[in-house]
Design a protein around this ligand. Structure first.
Ligand code: PAF
Length: 283
């Protein structure tokens, strides 16, 4: 049976555990998560093991990145199953603070994000989100002082925001983006997929199908505006309420006029019922 990872729940115990891990000049990879682990997270852990000698996974459902009307209360919390997966993945340490440890009552600081955080994608629909993410990830980096940190490319704008933040604040951590892991029918893995009813689950892969088709047409020379308009229509007809379906520069996230403004990434966010799905693909 795989050995369960050590668990730290307080800052002193995290410090002690990290000192132990670093004793033999180990390098440390951090995989920040909110738990409800799926194969996408496990891919991050596999990559983490390849890039550092010790792997720390944080599990913390971060209240400051949820708006009051969002799903903080109902976000899936699957501790037992998560621990079994972390043992199987041979993770060394789990950092699992409670809200009071992360945000003591007199906590009064927030990282203000600009640049990629104001690209007009997720920030347009979740204005509170990147401040909350940057603040908690900044704290996780300060607490764990990892050499590398791994994030999934599914939250593409988040990856850019965290990369910028780590560089701007000289945090000395290399942020690495790992490709999206998909279900067999193309749906991007997400902890929120458990919210989907059977009917919604059947429709959900439409987002990936539309993007794949768009990439194919763009590579064959079709006009960007026409392709995006067709995709928008297909997503709407499938029953989604679309937040955005956009072509952006893959590094700056600036809008592009044609795929000649390379590298280009298509990004989509849409609601099916009350569940909001995001996805993206390189052109
Ligand atoms: O992507 C997530 O799971 C979260 O936004 C993160 C990076 C763990 C911060 O809470």
């Amino acid at each position: 049976m795989p050995r369960a990872p050590a668990i730290a729940r307080t800052l002193p115990s995290l410090r002690r555990a990290l000192e132990g891990l670093r004793a033999r000049r180990a390098t440390i990879a951090l995989v920040p998560t909110m738990g409800a682990l799926h194969d996408g997270h496990l891919a991050l852990m596999r990559q983490a093991k390849r890039r550092a000698s010790k792997v720390v996974v944080s599990i913390f459902v971060n209240p400051t990145q949820f708006a009051p009307h969002e799903d903080f209360g109902s976000y899936p919390r699957t501790w037992k199953a998560d621990m079994a997966k972390l043992a199987e993945a041979r993770v060394d340490l789990v950092w699992n603070p409670d809200v009071g440890t992360m945000y003591p009552p007199d906590f009064a600081t927030r990282i203000l994000t600009e640049g990629p955080a104001t690209a007009g994608l997720e920030d347009r629909f979740r204005p509170h989100f990147f401040g909350g993410v940057a603040t908690v990830v900044g704290k996780l980096f300060a607490q764990c002082r990892p050499d590398v940190a791994l994030f999934g490319q599914k939250d593409y704008q988040q990856l850019k925001v965290v990369t910028r933040m780590a560089a701007d604040l000289d945090l000395g951590v290399k942020v690495i983006g790992i490709p999206i892991v998909r279900e067999r029918d193309g749906l991007a893995m997400s902890s929120r997929n458990v919210y989907l009813s059977a009917e919604q689950r059947a429709v959900a892969p439409t987002l990936h199908r539309v993007m794949k088709d768009a990439v194919k047409r763009l590579r064959n020379g079709s006009d960007l505006e026409a392709v995006m308009a067709d995709g928008t229509r297909t997503i709407g007809n499938a029953g989604f309420t679309l937040d955005y379906f956009e072509a952006r520069h893959a590094e700056t996230l600036a809008p592009v006029r044609s795929i000649k403004d390379e590298p280009v990434r298509l990004l989509v966010a849409a609601k099916i019922g009350t569940t909001r799905l995001i996805d993206n693909i390189g052109v």
